[in-house]
Design a protein around this ligand. Structure first.
Ligand code: B3K
Ligand code: ZN
Length: 871
């Protein structure tokens, strides 16, 4: 049993801070074996809090060494303060004073990658959510906002570049080869937005003129060898700056905007004021080393972090329960940006697929929580798909309910009312209420209730009167701590189509009741309903479609998203039948209607390739698992593989024609059409390879060696590597390694491809890779590629019936937990789903969770996930 149980923090216990820090002056002496931090905090009691006699409480990591403490120049000795588990308490302080504090840090030993640490020889920081307390003692909570001035001192040769938030205001050097730079950030900010970087970095520089004529220097820093991979991020940044001016009326507010790429990073990127720090995987991009997906991720993340400057930095969160205030809104903003820059429908399909696959699974699992959680043990565990993606859906629903104009007025009012403040999701909704005059109190249940609502829709038609009725029932399953749910307020976008595809009606229905009937008059014939168009609410929708109706919608729906969705519904239904057949030992079959529908799609050269690729992709095993009543990994795999190979074999000629149609020989470009053609081409190649026939191996090999870009090269590699042609697989994997061994990000792909290889011996292969020189267990990207790749993308081996995959993951978690708890807790996710599996696997998974639970000294991160999973 774990020796210490972490405590739980509750939203309802929120108290405003008793002490404020108006100014923070920091001086960092960065050395190889230690860093000394001198912090001078101008502290005053909070006039808004009545109990003025409270002791001063500052947060500071238990492992941080405190060297000196003084108040208004008077040095305190040990009797003047108390230090206990993460807190420093000083009684009898004046109403306002300057506290000076010197701490000693060991960044080179910081493997948790929180606070100040070293990544490939450079110093960098990660302070969100609670990393600043690993740097100095501070009221490290987002509602304490302070003006920061930061001086960095370091060896000039090793660390020629010294960066922090704001604008550089002073610099100099001494005779011993050390130099210093002082940065001043005029905007008050919470400590989680503090950042510094010191290193030997190369720089791409550009310029941006804001709508009101302010000149902003744009600087993207990376290792010198990566200087040729920064252009795309720079363009994305400029596009995002323009878009935020055009769409939200928001301008940038400092003279410099900096992005720094680091290779050791726990997540994607961080929006520190004026100094974003990025995982290299979210900023470096070059056609030869980056896939189309990678390019789109760079564009999306660069925009996301930029948009935070308003939705997050200028207006921030009162407490961490409000995380979705900034994250949900910012994901919505970046999704709309990406939709405007590329194909809107494809972007929506991708986002909804992620939501349905992973967020719905989270909502149905032991860690389910509302968009605004009510309690947590470790806040790092709540940077979730629910807070981010479902949070974005909630903002999208407000946008849909109010319409674009009122929504924009609402966001203007929100920014105006709360500029410089730390606020709540209620404040956000209140601004929308003010501008629209609507009562959104019921709508706010989206923030407080967990779980994925279900809509059950039935209909009736009276041919004599022309009256069509839709009856909608909503419900939401129980989730941890929430047995009964109240009905939601949601927008249901609907179209009614005639048999021949003519649209008889299109509009928005609003649901507020548990059961509602909507009546449509003057309908000339029994319509086929196109429901939840554009996925207008994050729900599961049941309507008893016939196959013929779905095929009609797939052909004719005027809503692109629902066209795709009709095809998916049909595939899911057919796959579910085959899953049952497999379980009952009945021979598998593939419907001829589906085959004919696909043949039609494949032969229609007028269709947009990107959309076509989406339509012809079968729902993933992960999505089929989410939908299953009880997950049977092998039945799901076999049924899907059967359908995939059947569609491959029967339509072989069509796949080849599509491949040839898309293989235009054009030079590489990242525009949406070119990306769409590549995605369809590589899908066609995947189906051709699924026939198992030799000519297509040759085609893949040819594509591998002749392509001028990573998208095509990697697609070919992974198809060959996952095929039964083992000899060629080994040959290409080796060639790929030799070609790209010096490109760390490409090597992550190489690891993922092998980790997700479904052929026999997978566990032995990943064990071998873990010993490979390019693998580094301290680097989160490598861990995600290898461990995440195996446990998330290789279901048949992770879920091996002997439980070896589960034991392997648990071994890793226990090892990583001592090194990097955040990453350990994240990688643990697949085991948390144990209750959803059939009894044999379920028991094995539970056994590994119990084994972890029985281990002494789990981090709060892993303890929270394991203990809640076992409840
Ligand atoms: N705000 C950061 C996430 C920080 C995660 C801390 N564990 C990145 C983002 O959402 O933009
Ligand atoms: Zn964010």
């Amino acid at each position: 049993m774990s020796s210490k149980q972490p405590s739980t923090i509750y939203l309802e216990d929120y108290q405003p801070p008793a002490w404020l820090v108006t100014h923070t002056e920091l001086r960092f002496e960065l050395e190889e074996d230690q860093t000394l931090v001198r912090a001078q905090l101008s502290i005053q009691s909070n006039p808004a809090v009545s109990d003025r006699r409270k002791p001063l409480e500052l947060l500071g990591d238990a492992g941080m060494e405190l060297c000196r403490l003084s108040i208004d120049g008077q040095v305190l000795d040990a009797a003047d303060y108390q230090r206990e588990a993460g807190c420093l308490r000083i009684a009898n302080v004046p109403e306002s004073f300057v506290l000076e504090c010197v701490t000693r840090l060991l960044p080179h030993e910081n493997t948790a990658l929180e606070g100040l640490y070293k990544s490939d020889g450079m110093f960098c920081t990660q302070c969100e959510a609670e990393g600043f307390r690993r740097i100095t003692f501070f009221p490290d909570r987002p509602d304490v906002m302070s003006i920061f001035r930061t001086t960095l001192v370091a060896d000039k040769q090793r660390y020629p570049v010294l960066l922090s938030n704001g604008n550089p205001v002073d610099s100099g050097e001494d005779d011993e080869g050390r130099h210093w730079v002082t940065w001043d950030d005029p905007w008050p900010k919470p400590s989680y937005l503090f950042a510094l970087v010191a290193g030997d970095l190369a720089l791409l520089e550009d310029q941006y003129t804001t709508a009101s004529g302010r000149e902003v220097a744009l600087r993207i820093y990376a290792e010198r060898k990566d200087l040729d991979k920064l252009d795309y991020a720079m363009q994305a940044l400029k596009d995002a700056m323009r878009w935020d001016e055009d769409v939200y009326g928001r301008e940038y507010d400092l003279d410099i905007y900096m992005i720094v790429a680091v290779d050791f990073f726990n997540m994607g990127a961080m929006e520190n004021k004026g100094l974003n720090i990025f995982n290299t995987s979210c900023v470096l991009a070059h056609p030869q080393t980056t896939t189309d997906q990678g390019f789109q991720r760079v564009e999306g993340v660069v925009a996301h972090e930029y948009f935070h400057n308003w939705s997050g930095n200028r207006v921030t969160c009162r407490d961490w329960f409000q995380l979705s205030l900034k994250e949900g809104f910012t994901v919505f903003r970046d999704a709309e940006f990406s939709a405007d820059m590329n194909s809107r429908t494809v972007k929506r399909i991708e986002d909804v697929t992620l939501l349905r696959t992973a967020q719905f699974a989270e909502d149905g699992g032991p860690m389910a929580h509302p968009v605004r959680p009510e309690s947590y043990m470790e806040i790092s565990n709540f940077y979730t798909l629910t807070v981010y993606e479902k949070g974005a859906e909630v903002v999208r629903m407000l946008h849909t309910l109010l319409g674009p104009e009122l929504f924009r007025q609402g966001s203007d009012l929100y920014f105006e009312r709360h500029d410089g403040q730390a606020v709540t999701t209620d404040d956000f909704v209140a601004a929308m209420e003010t501008v629209s005059g609507r009562d959104l109190s019921q709508f706010k249940r989206w923030y407080s209730q967990a779980g994925t609502p279900r809509l059950q829709v039935s209909d009736s038609f009276d041919a004599a009167t022309g009256c069509y009725q839709l009856k909608v029932r909503q419900s939401c399953p129980p989730s941890p701590g929430q047995e009964h749910k109240q009905p939601y307020h949601l927008p249901l976008a609907v179209g009614l189509l005639a048999e021949d595809g003519r649209e008889l009606f299109a509009g928005l229905l609003e649901l507020t009741e548990e059961e509602q009937v909507f009546r449509f008059d003057n309908i000339s014939e029994r319509p086929v309903p196109s429901l939840l168009r554009g996925f207008s609410a994050p729900v599961k929708l049941d309507y008893d479609y016939t196959d013929a109706q779905l095929l009609m919608l797939l052909r004719h729906d005027t809503d692109g998203f629902n066209r795709w969705d009709a095809g998916q519904r049909l595939c899911i239904r057919l796959l579910q039948t085959q899953i049952r057949n497999h379980q009952q030992g009945v021979a598998l079959s593939c419907s001829s209607e589906l085959i004919e529908a696909w043949r039609n799609l494949l032969q229609d050269a007028s269709l947009d390739p990107a959309m076509l690729a989406q339509c012809l992709r079968l729902p993933s095993e992960a999505q089929l698992s989410e939908l299953a009543e009880q997950i049977d990994v092998s039945a799901i795999h076999e049924a899907r593989e059967f359908m995939r190979t059947t569609l491959a074999q029967v339509l072989e000629q069509e796949w080849l024609q599509v491949y040839q149609r898309c293989d235009t020989g054009e030079t590489y470009s990242t525009d949406a059409e070119a990306m769409g053609r590549r995605s369809l081409k590589n899908l066609a190649l995947a189906y051709l390879m699924a026939t198992g026939r030799e000519p297509w191996l040759e085609l893949a090999r040819q594509q591998y060696s002749q392509s001028d870009n990573m998208t095509d090269q990697l697609a070919a590699l992974s198809l060959v590597a996952h095929s039964d042609f083992r000899e060629t697989a080994d040959e290409l994997l080796q060639a790929f390694y030799l070609q790209w061994q010096h490109e760390s990000l490409v090597m992550n792909q190489w690891l993922s491809v092998q980790a997700s290889d479904p052929s026999a011996g997978a566990l032995a292969r990943v064990n071998q890779l873990a010993e490979h020189p390019i693998f580094d267990a301290r680097n989160p990207n490598k861990l995600r590629a290898l461990i995440g790749g195996f446990c998330g993308q290789n279901p048949m081996h992770f879920h091996a019936e002997d439980g070896s995959g589960y034991a392997w993951l648990a071994d890793w978690i226990l090892r990583l937990d001592r090194q990097n708890p955040q990453v350990a807790a994240r990688l643990l996710t697949p085991l948390t789903r144990w209750k959803r599996h059939e009894p044999v696997r379920s028991a094995l998974m539970q056994g590994q969770l119990q084994r972890m639970m029985d281990t002494a000294e789990l981090s709060a991160d892993v303890y929270e996930v394991v203990s809640k999973s076992l409840m």
